[in-house]
Write a protein that binds this ligand. Structure first.
Ligand code: SAM
Length: 235
């Protein structure tokens, strides 16, 4: 009997490649700024953060930073912390590179890859002081809920990569995703919710406003924010 061929089995991803062309300046940024601000994905190399940033400082990870405006703003506001952004949308990465250069930042690096792969292979255990996930794709149709990023297995991976006392920050503008997030956070027990806020856009919890947040507000959505602390135990 021959072994089953798993090579073409598709992994469920939390994203589909969005259409959107690179502008000429984004294209140039990806060529010219990537060597200093980008980190090439390499599943065989765990990142040495002190070496990458040429200093030792707490690490803040933002997953799915979109166009990166809020990531750049936070890196500017917290010069004593090192920021790593992960995003798969190339025009967003190009936009963020341009913004980071304009701001003259030296505490920001970007990776262009699926965050699950980066966390699994390249982020050292217990290394992240803070993880930000702002307005992850909501996948509102029931048959697509399995694509949502915030799931039990993902929380387990985040927990393993978070430093002792580190925090997880999530925001969404989809009521049904907010319910789902409450449920998986509560069931996992891996992060203890320190503050949960439902608001009309006027009360973001320890973060700048974002592009997708403004988009949601224009549609009349409400906003949910969580700040959770890594629990000391494993279940
Ligand atoms: C709805 S947008 C929010 C963007 C930004 N945080 C904001 O609030 O404006 C979600 C982003 O997450 C990115 N994304 C989704 N799954 C991802 C993954 N597994 N790894 C990295 N980025 C991902 C998408 O490409 C998209 O840009």
């Amino acid at each position: 009997m021959t072994a089953p061929d798993n090579s073409r089995r598709r992994t469920i991803r939390s994203f589909v490649r969005r259409a959107g062309r690179l502008t000429p300046s984004q294209e140039r940024a990806l060529l010219e700024l990537w060597p200093s601000l980008g980190v090439d994905f390499d599943p065989d190399r765990v990142i040495d953060f002190d070496k990458l940033f040429d200093r030792s400082a707490p690490i803040v990870l933002e997953i799915g930073f979109g166009n990166g405006d809020s990531l750049v703003q936070q890196a500017l506001e917290h010069p004593g912390m090192n920021f790593l952004g992960i995003e798969v949308h190339e025009p967003g990465v190009g936009h963020c590179l341009l913004k980071a250069r304009a701001a003259g930042l030296s505490n920001l690096k970007l990776i262009k890859r699926d965050a699950i792969e980066v966390l699994t292979h390249q982020i050292p255990p217990a290394s992240l002081q803070r993880i930000n996930i702002y307005f992850p794709d909501p996948w509102p149709k029931k048959r697509h809920h399995k694509r949502r990023m915030i799931q039990a297995g993902f929380l387990q991976l985040l927990h393993e990569r978070t430093a002792a006392g580190g925090t997880l920050h999530i925001a969404t503008d989809w009521a049904n995703y907010a319910e789902h997030i409450d449920e998986v956070l509560g069931q996992s027990g891996l992060f203890r919710c320190e503050e949960r806020r439902e608001h009309d856009g006027s009360g973001p919890l320890d973060r700048p406003g974002t592009k997708f947040e403004r988009r949601g507000l224009r549609k009349g959505h409400r906003i949910w924010d969580w700040r959770c602390k890594k629990s000391a135990h494993d279940s």
